[in-house]
Design a protein around this ligand. Structure first.
Ligand code: V47
Length: 351
């Protein structure tokens, strides 16, 4: 059976199929990815009104791709107090946000309470604000630092009212590449297992993939398949987010940017491979706004949100430091031929 016949008959695709998909031309991939997107979502594109907070950049790990953590490349260290974090949340709530997305570096000096108690402080003050917090990488760091199991940390997250987990820290699961770009932090198996535990506790999460650095196309498909296997088992993922590697201020020293073709192909292939993931998110922060809008024609049905402020990707060159205005965000989606639909953090429609 040819790859086109497999796409026509909507067969589940294998590792070799995924690699072969890259040989198809961009518009053929867009055609098949769009077909699935349109069947499930029509012209709807989801967004949410959210605020990213990155409370500390002091990190005991040194990921080669990271420009955010305080190190030789970024000597400006900071750690916010809970009052400072709550002041940011106060302002954002006044601006109408419905989700705070809190991701920190792996700071060994703050104590476990600093990481955990801020979540319940936010929820006690604003019970309707969704707290999306702690990547699997942070959970693993905290478990090692404080000699607790992953389950213990997850129980603390539940106790402190975390609503869902972000998809960060997945990077690329292939062990050889992972060792080169972020050896020492959460392993691929641990990342998968932490999300499994979180899903089995009745909660939902997202999954990311960092691409465009030293990984191969095969590594990307392998990454997607490991996520697809877990989703078959737990059905706990809401969205898959392919993050385009940003080249500035980090140690990886990648000379060539990905082409727009390769980014859009990867977006479309994500939609085709991940047949059990509801949403594919084109994260405008790393793809650029223009490519995120175009990704709507290549399988993506979600553009994340307004963000307000962002420190991790902007440190490496992304133009996201100050987020985007809601009116502009909605107009861009509308003007590109799609219907902006506000969603909550668990993908219930609000508009
Ligand atoms: O895990 C770090 C990535 C991630 C670079 O779950 C880089 O809804 C590109 O996970 N170039 C954090 N990326 C962001 C993240 C995220 C973003 C939006 C939504 C969600 C969600 C999750 O940023 C890290 C890492 O993979 N990152 N450095 C870089 N140079």
């Amino acid at each position: 059976m040819t790859i086109i016949e497999k796409l026509e008959s909507k067969q589940r695709l294998s590792l070799n199929d995924g690699i072969e998909l890259y040989n198809l031309d961009l518009l053929t991939l867009g055609h098949y990815a769009s077909k699935i997107r349109e069947e499930r979502f029509g012209k709807k594109t989801y967004y949410n009104i959210n605020r990213h907070i990155n409370p500390t950049n002091i990190c005991k790990d040194v990921c080669q791709f990271c420009a955010y953590s305080a190190s030789r490349k970024n000597p400006e260290q900071y750690t916010m107090t809970h009052d400072e974090i709550l002041t940011v949340v106060d302002g954002s709530v006044k601006n109408g946000i419905k989700e705070v997305h809190i991701v920190s570096a792996h700071n060994p000096t703050t104590g476990l309470e600093w990481y955990m108690e801020v979540f319940s402080k936010i929820k006690d003050k604003y019970p309707n604000i969704h707290v999306k917090a702690l990547t699997a990488a942070e959970i693993h760091f905290l478990s090692e630092e404080y000699n607790l199991s992953h389950e213990d940390i997850i129980n603390l997250m539940i106790k402190h009212k975390v609503d869902s987990m972000p998809g960060g820290g997945a990077e690329i699961f292939d062990e050889t590449v992972r060792k080169k770009i972020c050896g020492g932090k959460v392993t691929s198996d641990q990342w998968i297992n932490i999300h499994k535990l979180w899903h089995k506790s009745g909660h939902q999460s997202n999954a990311t993939m960092l691409f465009g650095h030293i990984e191969s196309r095969e590594n990307r498909i392998d990454h997607m398949l490991r996520l697809r296997d877990l989703q078959d088992e737990t059905n706990g993922f809401n969205s898959f987010i392919p993050l385009v590697y940003q080249t500035e201020n980090n140690y990886l020293n990648v000379k060539e940017d990905l082409t727009a073709q390769e980014i859009l192909k990867t977006m479309a292939i994500s939609r085709l491979m991940l047949d059990n993931f509801p949403s594919i998110k084109a994260y405008w922060v790393t793809s650029t706004v223009k490519l995120a809008l175009l990704s709507q024609e290549f399988g993506a049905n979600d553009l994340d949100g307004t963000i307000e402020k962002e420190s991790i990707n902007s440190a490496a060159g992304a133009a996201s430091a100050n987020g985007m205005k809601l009116t502009e965000f909605k107009s861009l989606i509308k003007n590109s031929g799609f219907d902006p639909v506000e969603r909550d953090s668990l993908y219930n429609e609000l508009d």
